[in-house]
Design a protein around this ligand. Structure first.
Ligand code: ADE
Length: 239
């Protein structure tokens, strides 16, 4: 998979080369390029923004600069992702869909956003998603790109040491994951739940499922409401 990011703060994307993502790059599983939007400006001030039509606070990013940048970076196989608090909420299902793409391009807006015609024009040639990572406002799209890329790349075959961890994630079965424990058996008077030390794997699986159900009910009842009816068995319903 190829990933291109266009931003006015290329240094903000340095974490894309760290840890899990860095290893995926080294192993040739992904190719990542970060571009400075100002490389496509034509004036001495390298201006990327201008006052909004209709008035109001803040500045809007100029269409000519973004148009030239996207013309240079996008090709036939591109999906363009524009992080914005006004976008569709990012989900695990979207991460799975992005993991199947061959080329993702991220356009990071700052200020009050990018002139909407940039998105309209790009959508004439490629799929475009305006995506939000949550109901809060960041200063720009860069932190959202780090979130979306990490959630996507960890799903690529060969990126995680143990692929079962991606399968057992919170959200992959529609539930939050329950608690985990490691040694020692007792720490600061707190003991690991007996059942996890029983060696009875049917009992352990049932206990984990009950913990996931209870946690989801307490913290995210909205997720339980969205579960397909046939994904709960009679023991689940008792919880
Ligand atoms: N840019 C600013 N806030 C954002 C958010 N919540 N999600 C995605 N991009 C953003």
């Amino acid at each position: 998979m190829r990933i291109d990011v266009v931003t006015i703060f290329p240094e903000y994307l340095a974490p894309l080369r760290a840890a899990l993502l860095g290893r995926a790059i080294e192993r040739g599983l992904i190719q990542v390029d970060v571009h400075d939007l100002r490389d496509w400006t034509h004036d001495v001030h390298r201006a990327v923004d201008d006052a909004p039509y209709g008035g109001g606070p803040g500045m809007v990013m100029k269409p000519q600069v973004w148009g030239d940048a996207l013309d240079a970076v996008c090709d036939e196989g591109t999906r363009l992702i524009v992080p914005t608090p006004a976008g569709r909420p990012f989900t695990q299902a979207m991460a799975r869909a992005y993991a199947a793409e061959e080329h993702l391009v991220f356009a990071c807006g700052r200020y009050e956003g990018i002139d909407q015609r940039v998105i309209e024009d790009a959508a004439r040639r490629m799929p475009v998603d305006e995506v939000s990572i949550g109901d809060y406002v960041l200063v720009g799209g860069e932190a959202a790109v780090l979130v979306i890329v990490e959630a996507t790349v960890r799903l690529l075959p060969g990126v995680l040491g143990n692929p079962v961890s991606a399968e057992q994630d919170s959200f992959s079965d529609g539930l939050l994951e329950g608690p985990s424990y490691t040694r020692p058996e007792v720490w600061r008077d707190l003991a690991v739940p007996e059942v996890l030390r029983s060696g009875n794997h049917a009992l352990i699986d049932r206990w984990r499922r009950d913990q996931a159900l209870e946690r989801t009910l307490r913290r995210r009842p909205d997720l339980l409401e969205r579960l397909p009816e046939d994904s709960l068995d009679s023991r689940d319903r008792a919880v």
